[in-house]
Design a protein around this ligand. Structure first.
Ligand SMILES: Cc1cc2nc3c(=O)[nH]c(=O)nc-3n(C[C@H](O)[C@H](O)[C@H](O)COP(=O)(O)OP(=O)(O)OC[C@H]3O[C@@H](n4cnc5c(N)ncnc54)[C@H](O)[C@@H]3O)c2cc1C
Length: 501
């Protein structure tokens, strides 16, 4: 089949999948008033493949002459990773700060599955991973990655008898010569209601007692026993807000219940190998944190754009403390960009696949998440209290109120009151609303909580820290007998010893 059109993607979702939102079963996700926004957001990936300006970025022609989505192409080097990075950033800019999320995250998971199949060296897993990648390439499918289990008591292992029941983590409950039956639930799964497939990964390290929970597989989103419960999503400016002639993009994240779902062996990528679960978790996290850093770039650019605009509109751009706050956001944006780029340039090879540098990707994601609230604070401070106390569009359209609003809610003379109110409305919508709260939680938790990145940065920095310790000890005049382990320190260490002698 090869590349699909946007229309083909949309019609592929018109099946009898079990999706619920606001207490009702959804008849058709493509026409549901909320979910259709998600379908359009995910559809950007397909639209890009149809547009002359973006086709080369969104697609790759393989050596055999077949055009496939760039997401399902196996990266060969840093250049390929940078192109993929550019694709994610561009797609997110087209989504007004929201990434399509249906091939990027799915291919992150696909690549992690390939890496771990390679590390394990089991031929059946290698063949299945390869076959699954072909399936995604040939049919140009959208794939959600379901990693986060509902977990129950976070302090207990999945199989612990102290968990209230054994299904807080997805597990294998039956198997025969045709496949396995899985039970459990994954939570917060972005875009899954309008994906074709769900690729499931374990979400933590597992012990031998947890072997049934060491399971990775892919299923059709409409498979029997797969039930999704979605949270409502922001539908863009409503009747009380100034109309905006730009498309509104957003996603839902669903609770996916696997109610004894059958999975054929061809789609099983891990089953019982508890000691490989952490490899899968880590390799997905390494890759996906770079994806996260990439799609946060347009979001942070938008934040800077709003802060800068409202500083001008309010006539406060020249004040030192306002500039300091803008500089804070400027540094935030460019540090994120640099780190995301650097992680592609300093790629490493895992299980035969080049991936963005794990340490730098984690630092990029941590930087974004850990500083997001401070940047929001800077923007809110610059914008003023009117962000939350301003009149509505309805008031502005009332001829009795409009002259007052025009006269008293202006800013600098070169900006109309309406434009100022429009910018304030955008700031309110993105940073001081339900959506604003959602985005703050998203920054902290999506792609793993801060502690998860701290853990990885610590682990990935240890070899260097050991080396720095030796240098510090030498500088302190402490006898250092162990030679360096990192090649770049070998000559320096030798030379320093010689110079000292
Ligand atoms: C908007 C959004 C979109 C998301 N999209 C996806 C998606 O598409 N696919 C997907 O698989 N996941 C997705 N996630 C899930 C995301 O990865 C998790 O939210 C994140 O890993 C935190 O898990 P949790 O929400 O269950 O929080 P919790 O596990 O309850 O964590 C809360 C706090 O407890 C700490 N904690 C929890 N367990 C432990 C422990 N054992 N030891 C020490 N500290 C612990 C955490 O570090 C954190 O500080 C999404 C999340 C959000 C918010």
């Amino acid at each position: 089949m090869g590349l699909r059109t946007l229309e083909e993607y949309v019609s592929s979702l018109q099946d009898d999948r079990a999706v619920y939102i606001l207490g009702e079963k959804v008849e058709d996700v493509t026409t549901d008033p909320m979910l259709e926004i998600g379908v359009k957001t995910a559809g950007i990936d397909y639209r890009m493949g149809e547009m002359d300006d973006f086709r080369d970025l969104a697609t790759v022609t393989t050596d055999s002459g077949e055009a496939i989505s760039r997401y399902y192409y196996v990266p060969k080097d840093s250049e390929d990773l940078l192109k993929r990075h550019e694709l994610m950033v561009t797609a997110t800019r087209l989504g007004g700060g929201v990434i399509p999320f249906t091939k990027d995250v799915g291919s992150d998971a696909m690549n992690a599955v390939s890496i771990v199949a390679n590390i394990m060296g089991k031929s059946e897993y290698l063949e299945r991973a390869e076959e699954y990648r072909r399936h995604l390439q040939k049919n140009d499918l959208s794939v959600a990655c379901a990693m986060t289990d509902v977990k129950g008591d976070r302090g207990k292992h999945p199989s612990s008898p102290e968990q209230a029941h054994p299904d807080y983590y997805v597990r294998v409950v039956d198997r025969d010569d045709k496949g396995i039956v899985v039970r459990g639930a994954k939570v917060h799964i972005t875009a899954a209601p309008y994906c074709n497939e769900i690729l499931v990964l374990p979400c933590r390290n597992l012990s031998q007692a947890d072997a049934d929970y060491a399971v990775s597989f892919a299923v059709d989103a409409g498979a029997e026993g797969v039930v999704q419960i979605c949270h409502p999503m922001d539908r863009g400016p409503g009747a009380l807000e100034f109309p905006v002639d730009m498309p509104w993009r957003m996603h839902t994240d669903s609770l996916i219940i696997f109610d004894d779902v059958f999975v054929p062996w061809e789609r099983v990528f891990l089953c019982g190998e508890y000691d490989a679960a952490l490899h899968l978790v880590y390799n997905f996290a390494y890759i996906h944190r770079h994806t996260a850093a990439s799609y946060r770039i347009p979001m942070s650019e938008a934040m800077l754009g709003m802060a800068y605009a409202i500083a001008k509109y309010n006539g406060v751009l020249r004040y030192a403390h306002v500039r300091k706050k803008l500089v804070e956001i400027m540094i935030y944006v460019d540090t994120l960009k640099s780190m995301a780029n650097a992680s592609c340039i300093n790629a490493v090879v895992h299980g035969g696949l080049p991936i963005p540098n794990p340490k730098l990707s984690n630092i990029a994601k941590y930087h974004f998440a850990n500083n997001y609230h401070n940047c929001v604070k800077a923007l809110q401070d610059i914008a003023g209290g009117i962000v939350v106390t301003g009149p509505t569009y309805k008031d502005y359209m009332n001829p009795e109120e409009k002259p007052y609003i025009d006269k008293y809610l202006g800013g600098t003379a070169d900006v109309s009151t309406e434009d100022r109110l429009r910018m304030l409305q955008l700031i309110r919508r993105v940073f001081a609303s339900d959506l604003g709260g959602y985005s703050e939680i998203l920054a902290l938790h999506a792609e793993g909580s801060l502690a998860a990145q701290e853990l990885m940065v610590f682990g990935e920095s240890l070899a260097e820290a050991e080396e720095y310790q030796k240098m510090a000890e030498m500088a302190a005049g402490i006898q250092v007998d162990t030679p360096p382990t990192l090649p770049e320190y070998e000559k320096v260490y030798k030379a320093l010893r010689e110079m000292r002698d």
